[in-house]
Design a protein around this ligand. Structure first.
Ligand code: SF4
Length: 164
C-alpha cells in the first residue's frame, strides 16, 4: 500500500522550495517557485507551530499526499538539495511529477469507496498498478508524465461521476 500521508521528517522540505504563492488571505508574502521560503531552517519550517498567526494559513493546510518523502527516500536515496545544490532542479522536477502520481492515487483510493461494478473495480485496479511501480526513478517519473496514464485516470474518474 502506497503511503499517501506526508512524513516531513523523511523529506527535504520540498514543498517549502518548490511551490509559489502570492500574498493574500492565505499567505503573508509572495514566494516564487523554486526559491526556499525565508522561514526555512535546514529541512524544517522555523515557524511551523505559528503558521496561522503568521498569516500563512495556506502552508498550514498544504499536504503533498506523501510525495515529498517518497521523492527524497525512494528516488534520491535520502539525498538532499541542501547538501548538493545540483540536485535541486531534478528533485523539484521529480516532486512535481510525484505530486501528480500521488494525487491521482489519492483520488483512486477515494473512488474505491464508491459502489463500483466489477468492470469498474477491475479498471481501478489496473490504473492503480500503473501508478505503483516497484520503485520510481527520475526517468520513470518523466516517462509517466509524458504517457497517457494521467489522462486515463482522469477519464476513468470522470466516468464515475454519476456514482458520487
Ligand atoms: S513536501 Fe510533503 S513531506 Fe515534504 S515537507 Fe512538504 S508536506 Fe512534508
Amino acid at each position: 500500500m502506497v503511503e499517501l500521508t506526508p512524513d516531513c521528517q523523511k523529506c527535504a522540505a520540498l514543498c517549502c522550495v518548490a511551490l509559489a504563492f502570492d500574498k493574500g488571505e492565505m499567505f503573508a508574502f509572495d514566494k516564487a517557485a523554486g526559491v526556499a521560503c525565508k522561514h526555512l531552517q535546514g529541512h524544517r519550517c522555523a515557524i511551523h507551530t505559528e503558521l496561522e498567526s503568521a498569516g500563512l494559513r495556506g502552508c498550514a493546510r498544504y499536504q503533498c499526499d506523501g510525495a515529498g518523502q517518497r521523492v527524497v527516500q525512494e528516488v534520491f536515496a535520502g539525498a538532499s538539495w541542501q547538501d548538493d545544490p545540483a540536485l535541486l532542479r531534478p528533485m523539484l522536477d521529480a516532486f512535481a511529477q510525484m505530486r501528480q502520481v500521488h494525487g491521482l492515487l489519492a483520488l483512486l483510493q477515494t473512488a474505491s469507496g464508491l459502489p463500483l461494478d466489477a468492470a469498474q473495480r477491475a479498471e481501478l485496479a489496473v490504473l492503480t498498478t500503473r501508478l505503483s511501480p516497484h520503485v520510481w526513478t527520475s526517468q520513470s517519473l518523466a516517462a509517466f508524465e509524458r504517457s497517457d496514464a494521467p489522462n486515463a485516470v482522469q477519464s476513468f474518474l470522470q466516468s464515475l461521476k454519476t456514482l458520487v
